[in-house]
Write a protein that binds this ligand. Structure first.
Ligand SMILES: [Mg+2]
Length: 342
């Protein structure tokens, strides 16, 4: 890209004071320019003309490149996928604005789905947990990675007219239960397993690891529910599904096919459940690498919220950044209100 002297960024939401020095420097680097001027479309026409007039002798780069999409386009969003931990709650502490967010989406005819990589809890258990936070949802409005894995596998075997198992599993009861619910026969015999599904297992034994390894080496399709190497606990980060997958991959010499975010399987199942396309769907998450990057690859709208893992700087410096960054859910809904009114 040729050297730019001044970059003018016009956006539905950005102004210099809201972007701050970190973001300005990220634009400097990304577009190889010497200085950056931010103008919001919410600024008056006179202000915008002043900048345009001032800068017309320079190359003018509009949002398209600097910001991925125009906030006003949120009007087109008909469904929202919410990550849970860090968006809806942190540990056992509910975050503000969940009920208001759901009420606004429902009022405006939008659909929503809670989408989590947590493979150890059933949809019914998530519903109970949300009810304790005064958020009433139905089990089909929650999609965890255990259920997503079972649905994905059921669709694949149906597509190829293959039998539903036997499946050898290391994981929690939630995973085994949902596989059975989708018609899969479970086995502990590695010599007969057609599929080997691995997930976090709080009672993992060497024997189970040995059986899983033998099954995978013997040709069973190796599938993981989610890639997370660890999960947060009061004692600090502890081994999660990703760590168990790494062990089995090392032992078997095979890499797993993983369903949870940021892999496409989870988003595709979520959109299919809501009967929505990527251009109609917004993914809301607190962790760029898990929630946002995979959604961007599939062309979903993306919103990073600052109530969990990633900081504003993490989101702003990511390449590409999410479509918008919101302090929290009330802030996100205020963006929807603005877009719906323009
Ligand atoms: Mg999260």
């Amino acid at each position: 890209m040729p050297k730019l002297r001044i970059l003018l960024v016009i956006s539905a939401e950005c102004r210099q004071h809201t972007f701050g020095p970190v973001n300005a420097s990220s634009f400097n680097r990304r577009f190889d320019c010497s200085s950056v001027v931010f103008v919001s479309i919410m600024d008056s026409m006179a202000t915008r003309k002043k900048y345009v007039g001032k800068l017309c002798q320079y190359r003018w780069v509009i949002k398209g490149q600097a910001m991925t999409r125009d906030l006003a386009g949120l009007r087109a969003v008909r469904a929202v996928l919410f990550d849970m931990d860090g968006v809806i709650y942190v540990g056992n502490r509910p975050l503000p604005g969940v009920r208001e967010a759901i009420d606004y989406l429902t009022l405006t005819g939008r659909r929503f789905l809670f989408v989590t990589n947590n493979p150890s809890t059933t949809s019914e258990q998530f519903v109970e947990r949300l009810a304790e936070m005064d958020v009433a949802v139905r089990p089909e409005q929650v999609l965890g990675s255990a259920e997503a894995t079972a649905i994905w596998l059921a669709e694949k075997v149906a597509d190829h007219s293959r039998p539903r198992g036997p499946v050898i599993v290391t994981g929690q009861d939630a995973l085994k239960g949902v596989l059975k619910k989708h018609g899969f026969e479970l086995t502990t015999d590695p010599s007969v397993a057609l599929y080997a599904v691995a997930s976090i297992n709080f009672k993992l034994t060497y024997d189970e690891l040995a059986s899983m390894t033998l099954a995978i080496r013997g040709g069973a399709k190796f599938i993981g529910t989610n890639p997370d190497p660890n999960y947060p606990s009061e004692r600090g980060p502890l081994p999660g599904t990703g760590s168990i997958l790494a062990l089995l991959a090392a032992a078997s010499g095979r890499q797993p096919l993983v369903i949870g975010k940021p892999n496409r399987g989870m988003y595709e199942l979520a959109m299919a459940r809501l009967n929505m396309t990527a251009g109609q769907t917004l993914m809301v998450g607190d962790r760029y690498e898990t929630d946002i990057s995979g959604a961007i690859q599939l062309g979903l709208w993306t919103a990073g919220v600052l109530t969990g893992i990633s900081t504003r700087g993490d989101f702003e410096l990511a390449s590409p950044p999410p479509d918008l960054i919101a302090d929290n859910l009330p802030d996100l809904i205020s963006r929807f209100r603005w877009a719906d009114q323009h």
